[in-house]
Design a protein around this ligand. Structure first.
Ligand code: CA
Length: 370
């Protein structure tokens, strides 16, 4: 430890001698609780006055990190900034200079405890807002609904039903049926969709124009009968084709998420998305609050790897973003004790659909549940 400290000090002194005109730290600025770092890239863009978020109002020494909104570690008080392309642009010497967010998709570098807590607190607030309205909570999922999902002013209804089946080992195959007021029907059949007869019975139904053609698509979120966590649901969006309805492209069960726990940090990975999502202090608080026998001490000092840490989808939320409707899907992530009840948080993925009915992943992030 002593050796490491000496090396770091020696490095800092040498660097300062050689480049006395430069910052000891990368130039950065804090905006809305997040740190944005200088990339040096000048952007040939126009930013409308109405998009200006604010100006640098204070600064700390170049050896420090900003700790307040509007604070930099490179002076330049009065310089304007605006959000741009997932980061920030700052007006420096009459040029917009791009600053990137400290945590980016695919960025596996460790983050400080304070920054991590700030980002997670913001995400948790947003998560609770996003999922407050739709769905209406686990207990309010039902076997029957009425509404006007295609938006033609005629009453529609949707219900869960069991139908006799000849399939070996099962007496019933389960269906969710949406009967639209114009005579059209959507039938989601457990045998056809999941090769099984045992659906849980409850479901959610929502509608929105996902593809941007002015017509509603209809989304079914059907209980797959999973135990534990927040339950296990499959997402089945349907699109009208002529006078029939067709199942659309979708990640029906969400996305696999790997969880690695090492040295007090939990890293979640799904495809090209990866984040180191938890530090020791937050995990300690999490296990202190969990009030069960699977306490922090049981995982302390242990390494843990789970290739499939996320359940299937448990919630959906419809959101308006940039004039179109996107769907946020939430997946329960079991914690590092390896016991299912020990929820660490949620993987939230934002999905959008193109005019040809293909889905894409707009965003993916982890929400830590304290
Ligand atoms: Ca209708």
């Amino acid at each position: 430890m002593a050796l490491a400290a000496v090396l770091i000090v020696g490095f800092a002194v040498n660097r300062a001698d050689e480049t006395s005109e430069k910052w000891d730290r990368r130039p950065m600025i804090m905006v809305d609780g997040q740190i944005y770092m200088d990339t040096g890239k000048q952007m040939a863009i126009e930013i409308d006055d109405s998009a200006i978020l604010g100006t640098i109002t204070s600064s700390v020494d170049g050896t420090e990190k900003p700790a307040k909104n509007g604070e930099s570690n490179f002076g330049c008080e009065g310089a304007q900034y605006a959000l741009y392309d997932g980061g920030l642009v700052v007006m420096l010497q009459n040029e917009w200079v791009f600053f990137e967010g400290e945590m980016k998709r695919g960025d596996k570098s460790p983050v400080s405890e304070i920054d991590f807590a700030g980002i997670q607190a913001k995400r948790l607030t947003q998560h609770l807002l996003d999922f407050a309205e739709i769905p209406r909570g686990e207990d309010l999922r039902a076997q029957e609904y009425s509404g006007d999902w295609d938006g033609d002013g005629k009453a529609d209804r949707a219900y869960f039903s069991e139908e006799p089946t000849q399939a070996a080992g099962y007496n019933y195959r389960n269906r969710v049926v949406a009967e639209l007021g114009n005579g059209e029907r959507i039938i989601a059949d457990s045998d056809e969709l999941e090769q099984m007869s045992s659906w849980g019975g409850s479901f959610l139904i929502e509608s929105a124009d996902l593809t941007g053609d002015g017509q509603n698509e209809i989304l079914l979120l059907i209980d797959l009968g999973g135990q534990g966590g927040r339950g296990s649901f499959g997402l089945y969006p349907y699109v009208r084709m002529g006078s029939g309805w067709m199942l659309m492209d979708a990640p029906h069960h969400g996305f696999p998420l790997a969880l690695d726990y090492k040295d007090g940090r939990a890293t979640v990975t799904s495809g090209d998305y990866s984040e180191t999502v938890a530090c020791d202090a937050l995990l300690t608080a999490h296990y202190a609050a969990s009030d069960n026998k699977y306490e922090r001490e049981q995982v302390k000092g242990k390494d843990y790897h789970e290739e499939y840490a996320a359940d299937s989808i448990c919630d959906i939320a419809l959101k308006q973003e940039s004039g179109r409707t996107v769907v946020k899907v939430s997946q329960y992530v079991a914690g590092i004790t390896g016991v299912h009840v020990d929820g660490l948080g949620y993987l939230v993925t934002t999905l959008s659909w193109s005019a040809n009915g293909r889905y894409s992943v707009d965003d993916m992030y982890f929400v830590f549940m304290p």
